[in-house]
Design a protein around this ligand. Structure first.
Ligand code: ADP
Ligand code: MG
Length: 512
């Protein structure tokens, strides 16, 4: 039997990439059937045909209601945020179409592929990771592992520039900041690599900040200039005009990464205009967006307990990091030149392919010692009431960016005399007053005996396992009474649903 190919897939919010290790063990991106290195993560549902990638975007510009985009944001949710042709689809199904195209296009070049490593953001919780794994299964792939995008990027940079050996082992302790500005998301991760131990020290970001926001600012610039020439004609006024303008804007934005100014010819309702945008102006109107990434980068570094002088490497990933304003800002911030030596949109997939190679070699009998330690990405708190003010108050049990597994215990008190039950309200994220937090469950100790004095101690224990499962225990030591709550988050598709969809998708693929 031939050794299986080492395949790595970067399943992105806006673009996805598939790579393999060539005969010399070097990572190579596999071009898709359109000849491109990256494939838009866009799926268009025609009546009896499903189109993925660039063609999906083109078709979607005319019939937007049949187009699914940014499904990655909904991974871990029960259904995709927008019904397609009136049908509610699990986000896994949409992502599986993207994976199936990457797989099919790669197979036409390399022959059958059945195993792959798929990457996810460091902040993905367990349900989102499982959803990603399920999407792979639906696409007919055996997902040999899921790894974090920043970890994959670090492996690619490390192996390529020599600070890691071919097994992904560091020569000395590395403290790495990975700044990833993609199409629809921004994230920054601080990681320590010590030999084969990868420890995420802190991670943070903004799931609603990315290249698309820069595109919208460019749309404004273009539209203003267009309206300067045709005052009563706003090209943003209808959906089709807007789609076209957005495409022009993205193009212009990319050009400005290489040139100081760009000229766009644009037509709307038979009226044409030639508009020119300078890089300086574009940077001016997007300065606040960049500032948000600067702020987050600094706070994640602080969460990790590092100063810039502790950092050994600063890596750039994500297509939007190509904008010169990004590296300029980071150079000033960190007082060092960021490393953008690898292709910004391929590094993650390349790292995943290298990691797939390591995993497959391990399966073939070589020792495999790489360990990866993660952190939780949101505060986990108990929501209570402040006695003095009666206002809600979140008591943080496990702060965000705590290394997993984690355990924590706190003492609370009953609020009233003769209290018959104790309710521990568990929330994720949010501020000190519990605003914007997500409720994830209640742990209740019921049927307490009469006459329990006010202020009786209540001991609360949180246990957060590496697999993301949270167990909460509430105990009244004076009565030796307790209640336990195992929080099983909404875990996406059931095994039966995966089976059913798997069959459906398989027969569809045969037809196409
Ligand atoms: P994701 O991982 O979020 O799917 P990518 O890392 O592939 O996204 O980045 C896609 C984004 O990068 C898009 O917004 C695209 O416009 C932007 N981008 C790609 N090339 C350039 C460039 N040369 N200059 C500016 N932005 C770019
Ligand atoms: Mg990405």
């Amino acid at each position: 039997m031939a050794t299986p190919l080492a395949i790595g897939i970067d399943l992105g919010t806006t673009f996805s990439v598939i790579a393999h290790l060539d005969a010399n063990g070097h990572p190579k991106t596999i071009t898709n059937s359109e000849g491109d290195l990256t494939t838009p993560s866009a799926v268009f549902f025609d009546d009896d045909n499903v189109v993925v990638g660039k063609e999906a975007l083109k078709a979607g510009a005319i019939e937007p209601e049949r187009l699914a985009q940014f499904a990655k944001r909904d991974m871990g949710e029960a259904v995709f945020s927008k019904p397609i042709n009136g049908e509610e689809l699990p986000p896994e199904v949409i992502q599986s179409y993207v994976l199936a195209k990457l797989k099919a296009d790669a197979e036409s070049k390399l022959g059958p592929i059945d195993k792959a490593v798929i990457t996810v953001p460091a902040y993905f919780n367990e349900p989102r990771r499982k959803a990603t794994q399920d999407a792979g299964q639906l696409a007919g792939l055996e997902v040999i592992d899921i790894i974090n995008e920043p970890t994959a990027a670090a492996i690619a940079f490390g192996v390529e520039s020599g600070f890691l050996n071919a097994n992904g082992e560091s020569i000395k302790t590395e403290r790495i900041v990975i700044y990833d500005l993609g199409g629809g998301t921004f994230d920054v991760t601080v990681m320590e690599i010590d030999g084969q131990n990868y420890r995420v020290k802190a991670t943070g970001g903004d799931v609603y900040l990315g290249g698309i926001d820069w595109d919208y600012r460019m749309v404004e610039l273009l539209a203003q200039q267009f309206m300067h020439k045709h005052p009563n004609l706003d090209p943003r006024e209808d959906a089709v005009g807007m789609q076209r303008l957005l495409r022009e804007a993205e193009d212009a934005k990319r050009s400005l990464s290489a040139r100081e100014s760009v000229t766009v010819m644009f037509e709307h309702h038979g009226q044409g205009a030639r508009v020119t945008v300078n890089r300086v102006d574009f940077e001016h109107v997007t300065a606040d967006l960049l500032e948000r990434t600067r702020f987050t980068t600094n706070s994640v570094l602080r969460d990790a307990g590092f100063e810039w002088s502790d950092v050994t490497r600063l890596l750039l990933v994500g297509g939007s990091s190509r904008m010169p304003m990004v590296s300029r800002m980071l150079t000033k911030l960190s007082d060092r030149a960021p490393d953008a030596s690898l292709s910004l949109d391929e590094a993650v997939a390349h790292g995943a392919a290298i990691y797939a190679g390591i995993r497959l070699a391990a399966g073939a009998g070589q020792p495999q010692q790489t360990t990866i330690q993660n952190v939780n990405s949101h505060n986990l708190s108990v929501l209570g009431v402040e006695a003095a003010t009666g206002r809600p108050r979140a008591h943080v049990m496990i702060p965000r960016n705590t290394a997993l597994p984690a355990k924590s215990r706190s003492q609370f008190k009953t609020q009233k005399p003769d209290q018959r039950s104790v309710v521990v309200q568990v929330v994720e994220g949010g501020d000190a007053s519990g605003n914007n937090s997500t409720s994830i469950g209640r742990c209740v100790v019921r049927d307490l005996p009469r006459g329990l004095p006010q202020g009786s101690p209540v001991e609360v224990t949180f246990r957060y396992a590496s697999n993301g499962r949270l167990t909460v225990k509430a105990r009244l030591p004076s009565l030796d009474r307790e209640a336990t709550l195992a929080i099983e988050r909404d875990s996406g598709m059931t095994d039966e649903a995966i089976q059913d969809w798997g069959q459906k998708l398989k027969s569809k693929r045969r037809k196409n």
